[in-house]
Design a protein around this ligand. Structure first.
Ligand code: AMP
Length: 543
């Protein structure tokens, strides 16, 4: 027997329709590439998203075709998010920090028909425009007055504001199957060429409901959210959808991701919740510290994308009263899988115990199931000790990569994340490594993240990466690569002594090298593969 409730497909357009009707005056504030602060509302964004949908029709874009963006977090990008997916085309967000060759590869692989771009990326567009195979239209996301003097270098360049102005917005969002593809995001986290993850309207809406939950990003209508995490990286962790769903005010920081620019926006717009990777928060905290500032409205900050050092969690809480929500996920998971919110039994526990809970990657958000398995594929216990490959499943977890790249990625219906983890009896998951970053010393795994977290708690350390160096006896031993804070001093011996008592003695790195910079990838993560290349053949003193 079927239930007797209405059949309404879960479509992305319904988010902006809801926001227009119920939160139409709520503001969306953007720091623009043009240099100013721009203010609009959900009502106006809904109107312009309809104009975008009409404009795509006028350009000949058909259902299911891919339309790409190379853009910062801003209101025009948001109009495209809803205009493209809402019309039935597929929104393809391209990461502008990738190498031009990779961008060409991705655009060709996705068969992008149109590419919208912020003017910051004009040099990049010139480098790729003549090389892509399918892009028919290049659209500069600005008014005519901001088009570059050398616009003729890209034949047929179009102007976003003119495209939008040519339409009247009298457009009814089409209805279609909720399993229709909505958006495409390529991940470089896997081996080989970047692979495409193709989200559906249904997976996106279900993920948005979950992301807004109190034990996840915890966002409501009274909040003001600033996603530092880019809209070109897994849909800014769903924030660009959950803000219109909840009616929260949205603040989009554009290209201004330095500590000063972010802090100014936090304060001037009354931001209560933010989200980003640890490296961004380092810049912000350094600025706030150096200038003896406080956050007057910020209450929560979601941190994920790579492990958040416990030292950062306690600094946010103790010095600034900001609760860190440590979250874990990946492009293949839309991205959220776990978040470190307390259970009832933690509420009255000691600050140390609470910090330990907050420092885990968290427990599964409803909708995501997880398990850890050993090398023989058998499930391992949740005892906080056993660590193994982490597998997940759920309605917003990938089932295949776009165009079946890499074949069937699933193992018995579960997606192998490539992370190595343990899970506590209370269900809190702790990532100990990426499987390819694991250091295996004498057959035993050493958790590089633990070592990095300890090193980063040292006051002189700005960033630390721990990689495997070859050892004739133990096969691999940990080598700690450290970038010091400006003006700070610490010796190798002092740093190694800092590990005493914090870990098993045999986990202590065999050596420390100081570097001027640690390479960061397109999504702000430390590129340990580049460090491994750089230190290949490194001779450990104990070897
Ligand atoms: P991406 O698809 O670029 O978002 O990368 C996903 C990968 O980032 C995961 O598989 C993890 O290896 C890593 N990651 C994400 N969040 C965390 C976290 N909170 N702690 C440790 N690693 C993380």
């Amino acid at each position: 027997m079927y239930g007797q409730m209405m059949q309404q497909p879960l479509l992305i357009s319904s988010l902006i329709v809801h926001a227009e009707r119920h939160h139409g005056e709520r503001e969306v504030v953007s720091r623009r590439v043009e240099g100013d602060i721009h203010r609009t509302t959900y009502g106006q964004i809904a109107q312009r998203a309809r104009q975008v949908a009409q404009a795509l029709g006028a350009l000949g874009v058909r259902d299911g075709e891919r339309v790409a963006t190379l853009a910062w977090n801003g209101y025009r990008h948001m109009e495209l998010y809803f205009g493209i997916s809402g019309s039935g085309a597929v929104m393809h967000t391209v990461n502008p920090r990738l190498h031009p060759d990779q961008i060409v590869y991705i655009a060709d692989h996705a068969e992008d028909q149109v590419m919208f771009f912020d003017m910051t990326f004009w040099p990049l567009i010139q480098a790729v425009a003549g090389r892509t195979k399918t892009v028919k239209h290049w659209v500069a996301m600005c008014g005519r007055e901001h088009l570059p003097a050398d616009a003729a270098k890209v034949p047929g360049l179009l102007c976003y504001e003119e495209l939008v102005a040519a339409q009247d917005g009298r457009y009814a969002w089409p209805s279609f199957d909720e399993n229709t593809a909505s958006s495409l995001c390529y991940t470089s986290g896997t081996t080989g060429n970047p692979k495409g993850v193709l989200y559906s309207h249904r997976s996106t809406l279900l993920h948005t409901f979950a992301a807004a939950l109190p034990d996840c990003l915890d966002v409501g209508a009274a909040d003001c959210v600033l996603p530092v995490v880019p809209m070109f990286h897994v849909n800014s962790w769903g924030i660009v959808y959950l803000a219109p769903m909840t009616g929260a005010k949205l603040v989009l920081p554009g290209a201004g991701l330095d500590g000063k620019s972010l802090y100014e926006l936090f304060e001037s717009e009354g931001v209560t919740v933010s989200a980003g990777v640890p490296t961004v928060w380092q810049g912000l905290l350094a600025y706030v510290d150096a200038n003896k500032l406080k956050f007057s409205t910020m209450r929560r900050s979601a941190i994920g994308g790579s492990a958040c050092p416990p030292a950062m969690i306690s600094k946010f809480l103790d010095d600034y009263g900001v609760r860190v929500i440590h979250a874990w996920g990946m492009t293949e998971m839309s991205p959220i899988g776990t978040a470190a919110a307390f259970k009832a039994q933690h509420v009255d526990q000691s600050p140390e115990r609470r910090l330990a809970v907050m420092s885990t990657q968290g427990r599964a958000v409803y909708g995501v199931d997880m398990k850890i398995v050993g090398e023989d594929g058998r499930e391992l216990p949740w005892d906080g000790q056993a660590s193994g490959d982490l597998l997940v499943r759920g309605p917003w977890v990938i089932s295949r990569y776009f165009r079946d790249e890499g074949g069937d990625p699933l193992q018995d219906g579960w997606f192998p994340t490539g992370d190595v983890a343990k899970i506590s009896p209370e269900g809190y998951m702790i990532i100990t490594d990426r499987s390819k970053d694991v250091i295996k010393s004498g057959g035993e795994w050493i958790g590089s993240i633990d070592l990095e977290n300890i090193a980063m708690a040292h006051p002189a350390v700005a960033m630390a990466a721990c990689i495997a160096a070859h050892h004739p006896k133990w096969d691999e031993r940990p080598l700690l690569v450290v970038m010091k804070k400006p003006g700070a001093e610490v010796t190798k011996e002092e740093l190694l002594a800092f590990f005493d008592g914090k870990i098993a003695k045999w986990w202590t790195p065999d050596d420390v090298v100081f570097v001027d910079a640690i390479p960061l990838g397109a999504t702000g993560k430390m590129q340990k593969n580049r460090l491994r290349d750089q230190f290949r053949g490194y001779k450990l003193p104990t070897a």
